[in-house]
Design a protein. Structure first.
Lengths: 247, 247
């Protein structure tokens, strides 16, 4: 049983403004939620419809657990098809970037991606290929948007997202920058070496003009047909795969 | 100016049942719509808010053209953010598959993908990499769903989708079947040869049990991190890219 004020509080977390104000975000579904247990994220509360006692017994004593009806869950869920469990989790501090932590491997840099599904899919793909950091421009869609969290399919606890000013960020690193462009070198002939940054631009506008000069290696996924462009999460995935296939 | 009955007719095309009944589907946005002009698809009507006269002058005399207000367009649009133009296009006949047309190259076979965004992204990716046919099981999401059409970003006229019984389909072809599985051979070490079918399963359930025996080469995208799986459109893209990189 949950109160009307709880319902309206949780629903407010569907909006960025209130997530920021309260420092909380929503994760839905037992499978995705399980990945947050013991991951370092602080769990505030859990609302569930089914008997999940064995799984929930692993949670710390401080987590508030509420058994709710399917109807109550549908009132607080951000999904079209609610998934038996909704958890409220504390938003961690935006991690700091220490340039030395980025050396010796590859990271994804995102310049203004707007679609939550695209960002979530990139996080999931980064987790599959073992990329640990994603550096995002300040105008990239917020990672705690419920649609982003949903699309990550539980990968969020394993991938660190850092929102920062990309101009400053590039000024502080000497890693090679592989920019995903339509007129670069073929990705199949690119030597990625053993470290670097993969820079991906906005869905419609691509990489910002101000960042173009930061690209050290322009890279293109060759086109064999006639589509005008690839989806940005698809491009990201092909970059991740090409880097790993040679590692 | 459009009538109330036109509005309710167009809105009915947001639903599969009425698309089937009327043999019509919706395409939104000038860019996507332009790809259908002269493509062999028969255009029924166009509703637009802005002055598009030069572009619309290329259309056949039989196409009905309506200038509408932004408010009217928002009433008939299936998008959250309507895009100045909505066209109604005739659904073509489900093309027949002639096995001889499939020889000598690669095609995508889809077993029960449900998410419209995933199917649309696969069509767009297929068009980028020059794959011309996608063979879909009967329970795959319908290609004329507005969300599929939207996600194709105008690639639909260049990729032929065929909905068919996959058991029968596989019985009639001797092409190698590369199945996307979690426990196959590394895709980086797979010799795809010069023709074949890439079989992709449903988002949650994977490839149906009944189709597993049709797979001649089980193929896996190696995992370097900890995500449980990859998004199916991402997997499809990495398969397409691997096949083309070696071609």
């Amino acid at each position: 049983m949950i109160s009307k004020s709880q319902i309206s509080f949780i629903k407010s977390l569907h909006q960025k403004k209130f997530r920021k104000e309260h420092g909380l975000f929503i994760v839905e579904g037992l499978k995705s939620f399980s990945e947050f247990i013991g991951s370092g994220y602080e769990i505030d509360s859990v609302f569930h419809t089914e008997d999940l006692s064995p799984k929930l017994s692993k949670l710390s004593q401080n987590v508030k657990i509420y058994r709710v009806s399917t109807e109550e869950l549908s009132k607080i869920s951000a999904l079209n098809t609610p998934q038996h469990l909704l958890a409220i989790i504390k938003i961690p501090e935006n991690p700091e970037i220490k340039p030395e932590n980025l050396k010796g491997t590859f990271h994804i840099v995102i310049d203004g991606i707007q679609d939550p599904g695209n960002l979530g899919t990139i996080i999931r793909t980064a987790d599959w290929f073992g990329f640990k950091y994603i550096i995002c421009s300040q105008d990239t869609v917020e990672v705690y948007n419920p649609k982003v969290v949903q699309a990550t399919m539980g990968s969020l606890p394993r991938v660190k997202l850092i929102y920062t000013d990309l101009i400053n960020f590039f000024a502080g690193t000497d890693l090679p920058v592989f920019g995903a462009l339509l007129d670069g070198n073929s990705i199949y002939k690119t030597d990625f070496g053993n470290e670097g940054l993969i820079l991906l631009g906005n869905e419609g506008k691509g990489i910002s003009t101000g960042l173009m000069s930061k690209i050290t290696v322009p890279v293109t996924i060759p086109r064999f047909g006639k589509a005008e462009s690839l989806n940005v999460a698809v491009s990201a995935s092909i970059f991740c795969s090409e880097i790993r296939r040679n590692s």
